[in-house]
Design a protein around this ligand. Structure first.
Ligand code: PLP
Length: 363
């Protein structure tokens, strides 16, 4: 019963009427499922850089035999739709079969505009599948798979869905299922563990899960869906994340000085509401993180953008509320004082002000 309930609720999470698959593996397993069922060796893939994750997904495809090209981008900006359109226009034989992009890239904390990227693909008249990694953004930032014209969506249990790691998701639209027919017709080797054939018409749980179901994760996911419903549905959950994201960003803005702390992503509308990457200027981010751990007993995400000592990340995804967020921001502010790092003003005060303002505006 629980399995059927979770499977019935999954399409709504990505806002699709397409097919949802559960993979008994972390997010890498979902990447693998998407690649194995939609691409054949020799296919060309375009991975859009705006941080780290679309590129690692591309490496997975490369090991499966795809020919992967990275569309270079910046770690401080979203993917540029004009560059994507130009690259696709140059692909006159339509050799590119799939485009990989992260919705939110967890390293840079950018939130790409999927609607604009879809429009760029359409403007180029290109037939490549649009595949979006939403592991960090699902149940944090608004996402509409069908309305936005996405062909494959990737998710996982451990971020916005508040569960332990170990289970991930693939949502497949009509075009992806057609691509699977091409994979079957190709006659090459397939990976049974992630293969769609039995999963599409299961005669029992052994087909749905390629073996024993991840029972404990299914219990957890069922509760996660209940919690989302109790909060008022996905819209309410998105709104809480926006409030928390704004609090964090207003704190960093308040701390900012010419050679000190700075938000990694320049444009507000491309900043994630799940995670915030903070550049630390001439200061050592590892030293800041160590002091935050010592004073506040909270662990900051290590920097993944550029130099390892040049940034840290604040996670505000999933089971997080305003008090937790204020606690983290207060701990960071205390660490900045303890290390005698000059700040523009109180980030904690700015975050509290932002919380009050958001609550007033929402009501
Ligand atoms: C966390 C994350 C992944 C990797 O997930 P794993 O469960 O560690 O394999 C992939 N993409 C994004 C955007 C992520 O945030």
């Amino acid at each position: 019963d629980i399995s059927e309930r979770v499977l019935a609720r999954l399409p709504g999470l990505a806002r699709t009427t397409g097919k949802a698959f559960i993979v008994t593996a972390n997010g890498h397993g979902a990447w693998q499922m998407a690649v194995s069922n939609t691409l054949v060796p020799g296919d060309k893939v375009l991975a859009l850089e705006s941080g780290r994750f679309a590129i690692i997904w591309g490496e997975n495809a490369e090991q499966a035999g795809a020919e992967v090209e990275v569309l270079p981008g910046s770690w401080h900006d979203p993917v540029d739709p004009n560059r994507l359109e130009a690259r696709l226009r140059a692909d006159t034989n339509q050799e590119i079969k799939a485009i990989f992009v992260s919705h939110t890239d967890t390293a840079s904390s950018v939130r790409n505009d999927i609607v604009e990227l879809r429009a760029a693909i359409d403007a180029a008249g290109h037939s490549a599948m649009l595949m979006v990694d939403c592991i960090a953004s699902l149940a944090c930032d608004p996402y509409e798979m069908d309305d936005w014209g996405v062909d494959v969506t990737i998710g996982a249990s451990q971020k916005g869905m508040m569960c332990p790691p170990g289970v991930s998701f693939v949502w497949a639209g009509a075009k992806a299922l057609v691509a699977f027919d091409r994979v079957k017709a190709n006659g090459g080797p397939r990976v049974r563990y992630v293969d769609w054939e039995r999963r599409l018409e299961p005669r029992g749980f052994y087909d749905t899960y390629a073996g024993t179901p991840p029972v404990s994760h299914l219990y957890a996911l069922d509760v996660a869906f209940d919690m989302i419903e109790e909060e008022g549905g996905l819209e309410a959950v998105w709104q809480r994340h926006e409030r928390l994201g704004r609090m964090v960003r207003s704190a960093v803005d308040a701390w900012q000085t010419a050679d000190g702390l700075l938000l990694n992503i320049g444009s507000e509308r491309h900043r994630s509401n799940a995670v915030t990457t903070v550049r630390t200027g001439r200061h050592d981010s590892q030293q800041v993180a160590a002091k935050v751990l010592e004073l506040g007993e909270v662990t900051l995400g290590i920097g993944m953008a550029g130099e390892p000592n040049g940034s840290f990340r604040i996670g505000h995804m999933g089971h997080v509320n305003a008090s937790m967020t204020l606690g983290v921001l207060g701990s960071i502010e205390a660490a900045l004082h303890a290390l005698e790092i000059r700040i523009g003003g109180s980030g904690l005060a700015a975050a509290a002000t932002e919380l009050a303002r958001a609550q007033r505006d929402e009501s």
